[in-house]
Design a protein around this ligand. Structure first.
Ligand SMILES: Cc1cc2nc3c(=O)[nH]c(=O)nc-3n(C[C@H](O)[C@H](O)[C@H](O)COP(=O)(O)OP(=O)(O)OC[C@H]3O[C@@H](n4cnc5c(N)ncnc54)[C@H](O)[C@@H]3O)c2cc1C
Ligand code: SF4
Length: 509
Protein backbone atom coordinates (compact mmCIF):
# COMPACT_ATOMS: atom_id res chain seq x y z
CA UNK A 1 0.00 0.00 0.00
CA UNK A 2 0.94 3.63 -0.39
CA UNK A 3 0.30 5.80 2.68
CA UNK A 4 0.13 9.56 3.15
CA UNK A 5 2.28 9.63 6.29
CA UNK A 6 0.99 12.92 7.83
CA UNK A 7 -2.49 11.37 7.95
CA UNK A 8 -1.27 8.38 10.03
CA UNK A 9 -1.16 8.28 13.84
CA UNK A 10 2.24 9.65 14.85
CA UNK A 11 4.77 8.91 16.22
CA UNK A 12 4.90 5.42 14.80
CA UNK A 13 7.33 2.49 14.59
CA UNK A 14 7.47 -0.15 11.87
CA UNK A 15 9.62 -3.22 11.43
CA UNK A 16 11.03 -4.30 8.07
CA UNK A 17 13.55 -6.62 6.44
CA UNK A 18 14.61 -3.71 4.24
CA UNK A 19 13.98 0.03 4.42
CA UNK A 20 14.42 1.83 1.10
CA UNK A 21 15.02 5.59 1.30
CA UNK A 22 13.70 7.45 -1.73
CA UNK A 23 11.24 6.23 -4.38
CA UNK A 24 12.99 7.43 -7.56
CA UNK A 25 14.12 5.01 -10.27
CA UNK A 26 16.92 3.53 -8.14
CA UNK A 27 14.90 3.08 -4.95
CA UNK A 28 11.73 1.90 -6.70
CA UNK A 29 13.61 -0.80 -8.61
CA UNK A 30 15.48 -2.05 -5.53
CA UNK A 31 12.21 -2.12 -3.55
CA UNK A 32 10.42 -4.00 -6.33
CA UNK A 33 13.12 -6.67 -6.58
CA UNK A 34 13.35 -7.17 -2.81
CA UNK A 35 9.56 -7.26 -2.31
CA UNK A 36 9.11 -9.74 -5.16
CA UNK A 37 11.75 -11.94 -3.52
CA UNK A 38 9.59 -12.04 -0.39
CA UNK A 39 11.27 -9.42 1.80
CA UNK A 40 9.16 -7.14 4.01
CA UNK A 41 9.97 -3.81 2.41
CA UNK A 42 9.18 -0.31 3.67
CA UNK A 43 9.91 2.62 1.35
CA UNK A 44 10.17 6.12 2.84
CA UNK A 45 9.74 8.97 0.35
CA UNK A 46 10.01 12.64 1.28
CA UNK A 47 7.73 13.82 -1.53
CA UNK A 48 4.02 13.31 -2.05
CA UNK A 49 2.18 10.47 -3.74
CA UNK A 50 0.43 12.04 -6.73
CA UNK A 51 -1.45 10.36 -9.56
CA UNK A 52 -1.92 11.63 -13.15
CA UNK A 53 -5.28 13.29 -12.46
CA UNK A 54 -3.48 15.56 -9.96
CA UNK A 55 -1.03 16.88 -12.57
CA UNK A 56 -2.85 20.14 -13.27
CA UNK A 57 -0.57 21.37 -16.09
CA UNK A 58 0.02 24.61 -14.15
CA UNK A 59 3.65 25.47 -13.46
CA UNK A 60 2.90 27.48 -10.31
CA UNK A 61 1.01 24.52 -8.84
CA UNK A 62 3.22 21.66 -9.94
CA UNK A 63 6.73 23.09 -9.39
CA UNK A 64 6.27 23.26 -5.58
CA UNK A 65 4.81 19.75 -5.46
CA UNK A 66 7.14 17.98 -7.89
CA UNK A 67 10.50 19.73 -7.40
CA UNK A 68 12.71 20.33 -4.39
CA UNK A 69 12.59 23.98 -3.34
CA UNK A 70 9.83 24.60 -5.90
CA UNK A 71 12.41 24.16 -8.71
CA UNK A 72 14.60 26.92 -7.32
CA UNK A 73 17.28 24.81 -5.61
CA UNK A 74 20.73 26.31 -6.13
CA UNK A 75 24.30 25.85 -5.05
CA UNK A 76 25.25 27.61 -1.81
CA UNK A 77 26.59 30.62 -3.74
CA UNK A 78 23.35 30.76 -5.83
CA UNK A 79 25.21 30.78 -9.16
CA UNK A 80 24.13 27.31 -10.30
CA UNK A 81 20.55 26.04 -10.37
CA UNK A 82 20.04 22.35 -9.59
CA UNK A 83 16.64 20.93 -10.57
CA UNK A 84 15.62 17.75 -8.75
CA UNK A 85 12.29 16.06 -8.36
CA UNK A 86 10.48 14.56 -5.41
CA UNK A 87 7.48 12.33 -4.89
CA UNK A 88 6.66 8.66 -5.34
CA UNK A 89 8.52 8.09 -8.62
CA UNK A 90 11.22 10.69 -7.91
CA UNK A 91 12.51 12.74 -10.82
CA UNK A 92 10.97 10.28 -13.30
CA UNK A 93 7.57 11.91 -12.71
CA UNK A 94 8.63 15.14 -14.39
CA UNK A 95 11.65 14.19 -16.48
CA UNK A 96 11.73 14.23 -20.27
CA UNK A 97 11.88 10.46 -20.75
CA UNK A 98 15.06 10.31 -22.79
CA UNK A 99 16.78 6.95 -22.59
CA UNK A 100 20.44 6.37 -23.44
CA UNK A 101 22.98 3.80 -22.35
CA UNK A 102 26.33 4.81 -20.84
CA UNK A 103 28.88 4.91 -23.71
CA UNK A 104 31.37 1.98 -23.72
CA UNK A 105 34.35 4.37 -23.39
CA UNK A 106 33.00 5.58 -20.03
CA UNK A 107 32.47 2.02 -18.76
CA UNK A 108 36.01 1.08 -19.85
CA UNK A 109 37.50 4.05 -18.00
CA UNK A 110 35.56 3.08 -14.85
CA UNK A 111 36.90 -0.47 -15.01
CA UNK A 112 40.46 0.73 -15.38
CA UNK A 113 40.21 3.28 -12.58
CA UNK A 114 37.88 1.59 -10.07
CA UNK A 115 37.66 -2.13 -10.88
CA UNK A 116 33.91 -2.57 -10.53
CA UNK A 117 34.30 -6.35 -10.54
CA UNK A 118 30.63 -6.91 -9.73
CA UNK A 119 29.42 -4.71 -12.57
CA UNK A 120 31.31 -5.58 -15.77
CA UNK A 121 30.11 -4.28 -19.17
CA UNK A 122 28.37 -7.62 -19.84
CA UNK A 123 26.21 -7.11 -16.72
CA UNK A 124 25.37 -3.55 -17.80
CA UNK A 125 24.36 -4.99 -21.17
CA UNK A 126 21.86 -7.45 -19.70
CA UNK A 127 20.55 -4.93 -17.13
CA UNK A 128 19.90 -2.42 -19.94
CA UNK A 129 18.05 -5.03 -22.00
CA UNK A 130 15.78 -5.84 -19.06
CA UNK A 131 15.12 -2.22 -18.16
CA UNK A 132 14.45 -1.17 -21.76
CA UNK A 133 11.91 -3.98 -22.08
CA UNK A 134 10.31 -3.06 -18.74
CA UNK A 135 9.98 0.63 -19.67
CA UNK A 136 9.07 -0.08 -23.35
CA UNK A 137 11.95 2.08 -24.59
CA UNK A 138 11.72 2.89 -28.31
CA UNK A 139 12.87 5.55 -30.78
CA UNK A 140 10.63 8.63 -30.79
CA UNK A 141 8.69 8.37 -34.09
CA UNK A 142 9.66 11.12 -36.52
CA UNK A 143 5.96 11.90 -36.92
CA UNK A 144 6.11 13.15 -33.29
CA UNK A 145 9.08 15.50 -33.72
CA UNK A 146 7.73 19.01 -33.20
CA UNK A 147 8.80 22.22 -35.00
CA UNK A 148 11.26 23.01 -32.20
CA UNK A 149 13.12 19.74 -32.66
CA UNK A 150 12.88 20.01 -36.46
CA UNK A 151 14.73 23.33 -36.20
CA UNK A 152 17.63 21.61 -34.44
CA UNK A 153 17.58 18.92 -37.12
CA UNK A 154 17.69 21.67 -39.77
CA UNK A 155 20.58 23.43 -38.04
CA UNK A 156 22.57 20.18 -38.00
CA UNK A 157 21.78 19.51 -41.66
CA UNK A 158 22.79 23.01 -42.78
CA UNK A 159 26.09 22.84 -40.88
CA UNK A 160 26.75 19.16 -41.63
CA UNK A 161 26.94 18.50 -37.90
CA UNK A 162 26.26 15.10 -36.35
CA UNK A 163 22.82 14.60 -34.87
CA UNK A 164 19.85 12.28 -34.81
CA UNK A 165 16.63 11.16 -33.18
CA UNK A 166 16.38 10.11 -29.54
CA UNK A 167 14.70 7.20 -27.75
CA UNK A 168 12.18 7.47 -24.94
CA UNK A 169 9.97 5.54 -22.51
CA UNK A 170 6.47 6.72 -23.44
CA UNK A 171 3.40 4.81 -24.63
CA UNK A 172 0.25 6.53 -25.85
CA UNK A 173 1.81 10.01 -25.80
CA UNK A 174 -0.49 12.62 -27.34
CA UNK A 175 2.26 15.25 -27.54
CA UNK A 176 0.72 17.67 -25.04
CA UNK A 177 4.17 18.97 -24.11
CA UNK A 178 3.56 19.05 -20.34
CA UNK A 179 6.14 16.35 -19.46
CA UNK A 180 8.12 18.59 -17.13
CA UNK A 181 5.18 19.12 -14.78
CA UNK A 182 3.78 15.58 -14.82
CA UNK A 183 1.88 13.66 -17.49
CA UNK A 184 -1.86 13.87 -16.99
CA UNK A 185 -2.32 11.26 -19.74
CA UNK A 186 -0.23 8.60 -17.95
CA UNK A 187 1.88 8.13 -21.07
CA UNK A 188 5.22 8.03 -19.25
CA UNK A 189 6.45 4.53 -18.52
CA UNK A 190 8.16 5.80 -15.40
CA UNK A 191 8.79 4.51 -11.88
CA UNK A 192 5.36 5.72 -10.75
CA UNK A 193 3.51 3.82 -13.47
CA UNK A 194 5.66 0.75 -14.08
CA UNK A 195 7.78 -0.06 -11.03
CA UNK A 196 5.93 1.15 -7.92
CA UNK A 197 2.74 -0.85 -8.70
CA UNK A 198 4.78 -4.04 -8.92
CA UNK A 199 6.53 -3.29 -5.63
CA UNK A 200 3.16 -2.59 -3.97
CA UNK A 201 1.58 -5.73 -5.47
CA UNK A 202 4.44 -7.71 -3.92
CA UNK A 203 3.65 -6.24 -0.50
CA UNK A 204 5.97 -3.22 -0.23
CA UNK A 205 4.64 -0.46 2.03
CA UNK A 206 5.34 3.02 0.76
CA UNK A 207 5.18 6.00 3.10
CA UNK A 208 4.91 9.24 1.14
CA UNK A 209 5.67 12.68 2.64
CA UNK A 210 8.08 10.95 5.00
CA UNK A 211 11.60 12.39 5.05
CA UNK A 212 14.45 10.35 6.45
CA UNK A 213 16.71 12.18 8.89
CA UNK A 214 19.20 9.48 9.89
CA UNK A 215 20.28 5.92 9.31
CA UNK A 216 20.82 4.58 12.83
CA UNK A 217 23.64 2.13 13.42
CA UNK A 218 25.70 0.56 16.16
CA UNK A 219 28.35 -2.15 16.38
CA UNK A 220 29.12 -1.66 12.69
CA UNK A 221 25.57 -2.53 11.54
CA UNK A 222 22.41 -0.74 10.48
CA UNK A 223 19.75 -0.94 13.17
CA UNK A 224 16.99 1.48 12.14
CA UNK A 225 15.96 4.38 9.95
CA UNK A 226 14.66 7.54 11.61
CA UNK A 227 12.30 9.79 9.64
CA UNK A 228 9.68 12.49 10.03
CA UNK A 229 6.32 12.90 8.39
CA UNK A 230 6.48 16.22 6.55
CA UNK A 231 4.02 18.76 5.30
CA UNK A 232 4.02 18.66 1.48
CA UNK A 233 5.80 21.61 -0.18
CA UNK A 234 7.21 23.19 3.03
CA UNK A 235 8.61 19.93 4.50
CA UNK A 236 7.72 21.12 8.00
CA UNK A 237 8.17 18.12 10.33
CA UNK A 238 4.91 16.75 11.77
CA UNK A 239 5.84 13.65 13.75
CA UNK A 240 8.39 10.86 13.98
CA UNK A 241 8.48 7.59 12.06
CA UNK A 242 10.96 4.89 13.07
CA UNK A 243 11.66 1.79 11.00
CA UNK A 244 13.63 -0.90 12.81
CA UNK A 245 15.50 -2.92 10.21
CA UNK A 246 18.80 -4.71 9.66
CA UNK A 247 19.03 -3.36 6.09
CA UNK A 248 18.74 0.09 4.54
CA UNK A 249 19.03 0.99 0.88
CA UNK A 250 19.72 4.70 0.40
CA UNK A 251 18.35 5.94 -2.95
CA UNK A 252 17.55 9.56 -2.19
CA UNK A 253 19.50 11.04 -5.18
CA UNK A 254 23.07 12.19 -5.65
CA UNK A 255 22.54 15.18 -3.38
CA UNK A 256 20.32 13.78 -0.62
CA UNK A 257 22.03 10.38 -0.29
CA UNK A 258 25.52 11.65 0.62
CA UNK A 259 24.07 14.35 2.87
CA UNK A 260 22.08 11.66 4.72
CA UNK A 261 25.14 9.42 5.07
CA UNK A 262 27.18 12.33 6.42
CA UNK A 263 24.47 13.39 8.88
CA UNK A 264 24.20 9.76 10.02
CA UNK A 265 27.97 9.62 10.56
CA UNK A 266 28.28 6.52 8.44
CA UNK A 267 31.99 5.65 8.50
CA UNK A 268 33.96 6.29 5.32
CA UNK A 269 37.76 6.16 5.63
CA UNK A 270 38.05 6.94 1.90
CA UNK A 271 36.51 10.37 2.49
CA UNK A 272 34.68 10.11 -0.85
CA UNK A 273 31.14 10.52 0.48
CA UNK A 274 29.77 13.83 -0.78
CA UNK A 275 32.74 14.61 -3.00
CA UNK A 276 32.92 14.18 -6.76
CA UNK A 277 29.44 15.54 -7.51
CA UNK A 278 28.82 16.01 -11.23
CA UNK A 279 25.70 17.75 -12.55
CA UNK A 280 25.98 17.99 -16.38
CA UNK A 281 25.90 21.82 -16.17
CA UNK A 282 24.25 23.58 -19.09
CA UNK A 283 23.87 26.98 -20.74
CA UNK A 284 20.98 28.14 -22.91
CA UNK A 285 20.53 30.39 -25.97
CA UNK A 286 17.20 31.29 -27.59
CA UNK A 287 16.56 31.98 -31.28
CA UNK A 288 13.81 34.30 -32.52
CA UNK A 289 12.22 32.82 -35.68
CA UNK A 290 9.91 34.43 -38.24
CA UNK A 291 7.62 31.42 -38.24
CA UNK A 292 5.82 30.31 -35.07
CA UNK A 293 7.74 27.61 -33.20
CA UNK A 294 5.27 27.00 -30.36
CA UNK A 295 7.94 25.08 -28.51
CA UNK A 296 5.53 24.17 -25.71
CA UNK A 297 3.55 21.81 -27.97
CA UNK A 298 4.74 18.25 -28.57
CA UNK A 299 7.43 16.02 -27.13
CA UNK A 300 9.97 18.51 -25.74
CA UNK A 301 13.19 16.73 -26.70
CA UNK A 302 13.29 14.35 -29.66
CA UNK A 303 16.49 15.32 -31.52
CA UNK A 304 20.10 15.70 -30.36
CA UNK A 305 23.24 17.31 -31.78
CA UNK A 306 26.34 15.26 -30.92
CA UNK A 307 28.88 17.08 -33.09
CA UNK A 308 30.79 18.13 -29.99
CA UNK A 309 30.31 15.05 -27.80
CA UNK A 310 33.40 12.91 -28.13
CA UNK A 311 33.73 10.05 -25.63
CA UNK A 312 36.69 8.39 -27.38
CA UNK A 313 39.14 11.30 -27.26
CA UNK A 314 39.90 12.56 -23.71
CA UNK A 315 40.97 15.90 -25.23
CA UNK A 316 37.87 16.17 -27.42
CA UNK A 317 34.72 18.21 -26.95
CA UNK A 318 32.19 17.14 -24.30
CA UNK A 319 28.93 18.89 -25.13
CA UNK A 320 25.46 17.51 -25.88
CA UNK A 321 22.93 19.90 -27.46
CA UNK A 322 19.15 19.48 -27.33
CA UNK A 323 16.11 21.79 -27.45
CA UNK A 324 15.02 23.08 -24.06
CA UNK A 325 11.40 23.10 -23.01
CA UNK A 326 9.50 26.29 -22.86
CA UNK A 327 6.45 26.80 -20.63
CA UNK A 328 5.71 30.44 -19.76
CA UNK A 329 7.21 30.58 -16.24
CA UNK A 330 10.29 28.67 -17.35
CA UNK A 331 10.83 30.95 -20.35
CA UNK A 332 10.25 34.12 -18.40
CA UNK A 333 12.90 33.16 -15.85
CA UNK A 334 15.30 32.15 -18.62
CA UNK A 335 14.91 35.36 -20.62
CA UNK A 336 17.06 38.24 -19.42
CA UNK A 337 16.10 41.79 -18.49
CA UNK A 338 13.30 43.47 -16.55
CA UNK A 339 10.19 45.56 -17.22
CA UNK A 340 9.63 46.70 -20.79
CA UNK A 341 12.74 44.98 -22.15
CA UNK A 342 11.67 41.64 -20.66
CA UNK A 343 8.10 42.13 -21.82
CA UNK A 344 9.29 42.78 -25.38
CA UNK A 345 11.21 39.50 -25.39
CA UNK A 346 8.27 37.58 -23.87
CA UNK A 347 5.97 38.97 -26.57
CA UNK A 348 7.98 36.81 -29.01
CA UNK A 349 7.25 33.68 -26.90
CA UNK A 350 5.52 31.76 -29.69
CA UNK A 351 8.44 32.41 -32.05
CA UNK A 352 11.26 31.39 -29.73
CA UNK A 353 13.25 28.20 -29.98
CA UNK A 354 15.90 27.50 -27.37
CA UNK A 355 18.83 25.11 -27.23
CA UNK A 356 20.71 23.89 -24.20
CA UNK A 357 24.34 22.82 -24.34
CA UNK A 358 24.92 20.30 -21.58
CA UNK A 359 28.41 19.35 -20.46
CA UNK A 360 29.94 15.91 -19.74
CA UNK A 361 31.67 17.56 -16.77
CA UNK A 362 34.88 16.83 -14.89
CA UNK A 363 34.44 19.35 -12.07
CA UNK A 364 34.03 17.69 -8.67
CA UNK A 365 31.43 19.47 -6.54
CA UNK A 366 30.55 18.68 -2.94
CA UNK A 367 27.42 17.92 -0.96
CA UNK A 368 27.06 18.27 2.80
CA UNK A 369 24.21 18.04 5.28
CA UNK A 370 22.78 21.20 6.78
CA UNK A 371 20.68 20.88 9.91
CA UNK A 372 18.25 17.96 10.23
CA UNK A 373 16.42 18.26 6.93
CA UNK A 374 18.55 20.30 4.59
CA UNK A 375 21.65 20.03 2.46
CA UNK A 376 24.30 22.25 0.93
CA UNK A 377 25.70 21.93 -2.59
CA UNK A 378 28.93 23.59 -3.70
CA UNK A 379 29.76 23.48 -7.40
CA UNK A 380 31.37 25.86 -9.84
CA UNK A 381 32.82 24.56 -13.12
CA UNK A 382 36.62 24.41 -13.31
CA UNK A 383 38.52 26.31 -16.02
CA UNK A 384 38.41 23.48 -18.59
CA UNK A 385 34.68 22.96 -18.03
CA UNK A 386 34.01 26.71 -18.25
CA UNK A 387 35.77 26.85 -21.62
CA UNK A 388 33.79 23.86 -22.86
CA UNK A 389 30.51 25.40 -21.66
CA UNK A 390 31.23 28.61 -23.58
CA UNK A 391 32.11 26.58 -26.67
CA UNK A 392 28.76 24.79 -26.28
CA UNK A 393 26.99 28.14 -26.00
CA UNK A 394 28.68 29.31 -29.20
CA UNK A 395 27.65 26.06 -30.94
CA UNK A 396 24.03 26.61 -29.84
CA UNK A 397 24.05 30.14 -31.26
CA UNK A 398 25.56 28.83 -34.50
CA UNK A 399 22.89 26.12 -34.77
CA UNK A 400 20.06 28.59 -34.14
CA UNK A 401 21.26 30.89 -36.93
CA UNK A 402 21.78 27.89 -39.24
CA UNK A 403 18.18 26.88 -38.49
CA UNK A 404 16.99 30.33 -39.62
CA UNK A 405 16.79 32.48 -36.48
CA UNK A 406 16.64 36.19 -37.24
CA UNK A 407 18.39 36.97 -33.94
CA UNK A 408 19.68 35.03 -30.97
CA UNK A 409 19.20 36.02 -27.35
CA UNK A 410 22.02 35.09 -25.00
CA UNK A 411 20.56 35.45 -21.50
CA UNK A 412 23.69 36.96 -20.05
CA UNK A 413 24.13 39.83 -17.67
CA UNK A 414 24.09 42.30 -19.40
CA UNK A 415 21.77 40.83 -22.04
CA UNK A 416 23.30 40.13 -25.42
CA UNK A 417 21.10 40.05 -28.50
CA UNK A 418 22.93 39.00 -31.65
CA UNK A 419 21.29 40.10 -34.89
CA UNK A 420 21.69 37.90 -37.95
CA UNK A 421 24.98 38.81 -39.69
CA UNK A 422 26.69 40.09 -36.54
CA UNK A 423 29.85 38.35 -35.31
CA UNK A 424 29.66 36.08 -32.26
CA UNK A 425 32.80 33.93 -32.42
CA UNK A 426 34.14 35.86 -29.41
CA UNK A 427 31.74 33.81 -27.24
CA UNK A 428 34.14 30.87 -27.46
CA UNK A 429 36.89 32.84 -25.76
CA UNK A 430 34.72 34.58 -23.15
CA UNK A 431 35.36 33.80 -19.49
CA UNK A 432 32.33 32.28 -17.80
CA UNK A 433 32.53 34.30 -14.62
CA UNK A 434 29.98 33.87 -11.84
CA UNK A 435 26.77 35.71 -12.68
CA UNK A 436 27.48 36.12 -16.40
CA UNK A 437 24.97 33.41 -17.36
CA UNK A 438 22.58 31.08 -15.58
CA UNK A 439 24.20 27.68 -15.23
CA UNK A 440 21.71 24.86 -14.65
CA UNK A 441 22.20 21.18 -13.80
CA UNK A 442 19.41 18.59 -13.97
CA UNK A 443 21.52 15.44 -13.68
CA UNK A 444 23.29 15.29 -10.28
CA UNK A 445 25.42 12.15 -9.99
CA UNK A 446 28.73 10.63 -8.83
CA UNK A 447 28.72 11.90 -5.23
CA UNK A 448 29.37 8.49 -3.58
CA UNK A 449 31.29 6.77 -6.39
CA UNK A 450 31.46 2.97 -6.35
CA UNK A 451 34.81 1.22 -6.41
CA UNK A 452 36.31 -2.16 -5.46
CA UNK A 453 38.94 -0.82 -3.06
CA UNK A 454 37.47 -0.07 0.41
CA UNK A 455 40.44 2.17 1.21
CA UNK A 456 39.56 4.39 -1.75
CA UNK A 457 35.77 4.16 -1.95
CA UNK A 458 32.74 3.99 0.32
CA UNK A 459 30.62 1.61 -1.76
CA UNK A 460 31.26 -1.50 -3.87
CA UNK A 461 30.01 -2.18 -7.37
CA UNK A 462 27.04 -4.15 -5.99
CA UNK A 463 25.94 -1.00 -4.12
CA UNK A 464 26.99 -2.49 -0.77
CA UNK A 465 28.64 -0.08 1.62
CA UNK A 466 32.21 -1.12 2.41
CA UNK A 467 32.20 0.23 5.95
CA UNK A 468 28.72 -0.32 7.43
CA UNK A 469 27.00 -3.70 7.35
CA UNK A 470 23.42 -3.79 6.16
CA UNK A 471 23.76 -0.59 4.10
CA UNK A 472 23.36 -0.30 0.32
CA UNK A 473 23.13 2.60 -2.14
CA UNK A 474 21.02 2.49 -5.31
CA UNK A 475 20.94 5.80 -7.16
CA UNK A 476 22.94 8.17 -9.37
CA UNK A 477 25.43 8.79 -6.55
CA UNK A 478 27.13 5.51 -7.49
CA UNK A 479 28.50 6.56 -10.89
CA UNK A 480 32.26 7.04 -10.65
CA UNK A 481 32.13 10.05 -13.01
CA UNK A 482 29.84 12.02 -15.24
CA UNK A 483 28.26 9.74 -17.83
CA UNK A 484 27.62 12.39 -20.49
CA UNK A 485 24.16 11.05 -21.38
CA UNK A 486 20.77 11.23 -19.64
CA UNK A 487 21.07 9.07 -16.53
CA UNK A 488 17.65 7.60 -15.74
CA UNK A 489 18.05 4.34 -17.71
CA UNK A 490 21.34 3.60 -15.94
CA UNK A 491 19.83 4.41 -12.54
CA UNK A 492 16.91 2.04 -13.12
CA UNK A 493 19.56 -0.54 -14.09
CA UNK A 494 21.54 0.14 -10.91
CA UNK A 495 18.38 -0.23 -8.82
CA UNK A 496 17.77 -3.64 -10.38
CA UNK A 497 21.40 -4.66 -9.82
CA UNK A 498 21.52 -3.49 -6.21
CA UNK A 499 18.08 -4.97 -5.41
CA UNK A 500 19.39 -8.34 -6.58
CA UNK A 501 22.57 -7.95 -4.54
CA UNK A 502 20.45 -7.30 -1.43
CA UNK A 503 18.35 -10.40 -2.09
CA UNK A 504 21.41 -12.54 -2.87
CA UNK A 505 23.15 -11.42 0.31
CA UNK A 506 20.14 -12.67 2.28
CA UNK A 507 21.11 -13.10 5.91
CA UNK A 508 24.82 -12.57 5.11
CA UNK A 509 24.95 -8.93 6.03
C1 LIG B 1 13.78 18.65 -15.66
C2 LIG B 1 14.48 17.34 -15.70
C3 LIG B 1 14.44 16.58 -16.86
C4 LIG B 1 15.11 15.36 -16.91
N1 LIG B 1 15.04 14.61 -18.04
C5 LIG B 1 15.67 13.42 -18.10
C6 LIG B 1 15.58 12.59 -19.24
O1 LIG B 1 14.91 12.93 -20.22
N2 LIG B 1 16.26 11.42 -19.23
C7 LIG B 1 17.03 11.02 -18.18
O2 LIG B 1 17.67 9.97 -18.26
N3 LIG B 1 17.11 11.77 -17.07
C8 LIG B 1 16.44 12.94 -17.00
N4 LIG B 1 16.49 13.67 -15.86
C9 LIG B 1 17.28 13.17 -14.72
C10 LIG B 1 16.67 11.94 -14.05
O3 LIG B 1 15.29 12.09 -13.88
C11 LIG B 1 17.38 11.74 -12.72
O4 LIG B 1 18.77 11.65 -12.97
C12 LIG B 1 16.95 10.48 -12.00
O5 LIG B 1 15.57 10.48 -11.75
C13 LIG B 1 17.71 10.36 -10.69
O6 LIG B 1 17.33 9.17 -10.08
P1 LIG B 1 17.68 8.91 -8.55
O7 LIG B 1 17.00 7.63 -8.14
O8 LIG B 1 19.15 9.01 -8.38
O9 LIG B 1 17.06 10.14 -7.77
P2 LIG B 1 15.62 10.83 -7.80
O10 LIG B 1 14.87 10.54 -9.04
O11 LIG B 1 15.87 12.26 -7.45
O12 LIG B 1 14.86 10.10 -6.62
C14 LIG B 1 15.26 10.26 -5.28
C15 LIG B 1 14.03 10.34 -4.40
O13 LIG B 1 14.46 10.38 -3.05
C16 LIG B 1 13.64 11.29 -2.34
N5 LIG B 1 14.36 11.78 -1.15
C17 LIG B 1 15.34 12.72 -1.10
N6 LIG B 1 15.73 12.90 0.19
C18 LIG B 1 14.99 12.04 0.94
C19 LIG B 1 14.95 11.77 2.32
N7 LIG B 1 15.78 12.36 3.20
N8 LIG B 1 14.04 10.87 2.77
C20 LIG B 1 13.21 10.23 1.90
N9 LIG B 1 13.22 10.46 0.57
C21 LIG B 1 14.11 11.34 0.09
C22 LIG B 1 13.35 12.38 -3.35
O14 LIG B 1 12.20 13.09 -2.98
C23 LIG B 1 13.19 11.60 -4.64
O15 LIG B 1 11.86 11.23 -4.86
C24 LIG B 1 15.83 14.90 -15.78
C25 LIG B 1 15.85 15.65 -14.61
C26 LIG B 1 15.19 16.87 -14.57
C27 LIG B 1 15.26 17.67 -13.32
S1 SF4 C 1 4.06 15.06 -24.28
FE1 SF4 C 1 3.35 12.95 -23.99
S2 SF4 C 1 4.46 12.19 -22.17
FE2 SF4 C 1 4.65 14.43 -22.20
S3 SF4 C 1 2.97 15.14 -20.89
FE3 SF4 C 1 2.18 15.14 -23.02
S4 SF4 C 1 1.23 13.13 -23.33
FE4 SF4 C 1 2.50 13.02 -21.47
Amino acid sequence: MIFDTPSLRLPMTLDADLCVIGAGPGGAMAAMVAAEAGMRVVVLEAGEFLTPSQFTQREEQMFPRLYWDSASRTTADHYVRIHQGKGVGGSTIHNLNLCKRIPPAVLTAWREERGLSKLPPSTWESLYSEVEALLSVAPIPQSQWNTHNRLLEKGCQVLGWAGGGLSHNRTGCIGSGFCEIGCRYNAKNNALKVVIPRAVAAGAQILASCQVVRVEHGGGRVSAVRAVAVEPVTHRPLGEVMVTTPRACVAASATASPSLLLRSQVPDPSGETGRGLRIHPALVAAGDFQEPVQAWIGIPQAFECVEFLDFADPGGHRTWIVPVLAHPMGVSTMLPGHGEAHRALMSRYAHLGALTAMLHDRTAGTVRHEGELSLRIDYWPNAADRRELMHGLWASVHLLFAAGASRVIVPSSPTRIIERGQAYDDIKAMELRRGLLDVTGVHPMASVPMGDNPAKSAVGSDGKHHHLRGLWLADGSLFPSSIGVPPQLSIYALGLHVGRAIVTAGERI
